[in-house]
Design a protein around this ligand. Sequence first.
Ligand code: NAD
Length: 257
Amino acid sequence: MSDSRGLADRVAVVTGAAGGMGAAISHRLAVAGAFVIAADVNEEAGTAVAAAIRESGHEADFIATDVSQPTAVAALVQATMDMHGRLDCAVNAAAIEFEQVPLAEAEDDDFERMMAVNLRSVFLCMKYEIQAMLSTGRGGSIVNIGSTNSFRPQVNQPAYTASKHGVVGLTKSAALDYTKHGIRVNAIAPGAIDTPMLREALERWSLDPQRVERRMSLFGRFGTPREIANAALWLCSDDSSFTTGHTLAVDGGFLAH
Ligand SMILES: NC(=O)c1ccc[n+]([C@@H]2O[C@H](COP(=O)([O-])OP(=O)(O)OC[C@H]3O[C@@H](n4cnc5c(N)ncnc54)[C@H](O)[C@@H]3O)[C@@H](O)[C@H]2O)c1
């Protein structure tokens, strides 16, 4: 970043803010000067993230939000606008991942749940975030968190893979429609990043972390939430002013091989 306070006076919403990446993104945007509205379904952990940001001398509030619920997402954006009168950046990171079976063995309800939390949420968040950005006329920047699964599926993850492919489609579609209004829309495709979601998956699949590190990254290690946060900050800031409709792989080179 050319300016370490590149988001000074901006207001940012981050969903999934209680989780590994969402928390790191919330901290990173706040340090860059944004007032961060941290949103998550996990009230206790989300409240702690916002409190830690404030204790470090930066600005954040927490709003409990289930991003799969239209009324909750609308209320999150409305509360942001009521408090601040503007929304400049949004990072839509909330998601779940729990599958361990191939498509023909998958439960219909599990597919529906994955789609509601991972894909419909991105549709809902962007819908209300874009409405807010249009209402101020200031434009904005939206970053959706996809996955390397958006391009290269892992075995036994049919619904997660479909949901993450969909995130890239929504990102491109919104970029086409709203770049002319000054709203840039991009995505990040993280590789294997050391967060609670990854650690739970390793345990569920009884995988040796060191073998996975070697298989999933040319660096032979997991990525850190901070490395995703750095990419999110760049995409939120004016430093990426000519970038829209793009999905940035931050994956240790996983998609290169
Ligand atoms: N960790 C990885 O290796 C990895 C790789 C590729 C993509 N991703 C993606 O990165 C993003 C962040 O994942 P993470 O690894 O930090 O996971 P995480 O499980 O640590 O955090 C996810 C957060 O989302 C929240 N959440 C879940 N359902 C929600 C809902 N209905 N409403 C609001 N919040 C909800 C959880 O409470 C949690 O705080 C996700 O979109 C995930 O799919 C992760």
